[in-house]
Design a binder for this molecule. Structure first.
Ligand SMILES: [Zn+2]
Length: 186
């Protein structure tokens, strides 16, 4: 999306929740995190926010990503059909789900599989299973038999569990993470 579209989006939800526009620095910081979300689902994401949130979402970028992933799942026709091939490192669609406990809070992450690189989900970092484990992440195992289920991995509750890409965690110490996302405490 463009910054103009993002500002329009912020204006819409600002009006809906009677919230003043964030300052320019905040808008830029948020935009850096959401710019890889395409323009098409913005309207859909806006509606979902109105439906799911009683108040202005605490973390706009995380909320947008969560709903964008939901949109990707509910609109398989919108993304190029792919024939996935079997990969021992990931869920079969190029996605590795990870978890890590930071200051006793369980965090969940999603990354693209470095080994097969078959996921097209833009804006999500690649990592190999081995590297993830070396960095202290636990790889959440996927079922190995039968057809791949409609990805329960992507079921999320935007208000209680946030999905972060590995990148977001890089360079941040634990305290920063807890400060930035206190609401995902479980
Ligand atoms: Zn893979």
């Amino acid at each position: 999306m463009t910054i103009i579209e993002f500002k329009e989006f912020l204006k819409d939800i600002g009006i809906y929740y009677e919230r003043k526009a964030p300052n320019d620095g905040t808008i830029e910081a948020w935009f850096e995190r959401v710019k890889k979300i395409p323009s098409e689902p913005i309207g859909w994401i806006t509606d979902k926010i109105f439906e799911a949130n009683e108040t202005y979402p605490k973390n706009i970028p995380n909320t947008m990503w969560a709903f964008y992933r939901e949109w990707v799942q509910s609109n398989p026709n919108k993304i190029v059909h792919k024939n996935y091939f079997k990969c021992p490192d990931c869920d079969g669609e190029g996605i590795i789900n990870l978890s890590k406990t930071v200051n006793n809070y369980p965090y969940k992450y999603v990354a693209r599989c470095e080994r097969c690189k078959q996921s097209d989900l833009g804006g999500i970092d690649y990592i190999s299973k081995i590297m993830a484990e070396r960095q202290g992440y636990a790889v959440m195992e996927q079922p190995t038999q039968g057809p791949i289920p409609p990805t329960p991995k992507m079921k999320f509750m935007p208000s209680s569990i946030a999905w972060h890409t590995i990148q977001e965690m890089r360079g941040l110490n634990n305290e920063t993470c807890v400060r930035r996302w206190p609401h995902i405490r479980q």
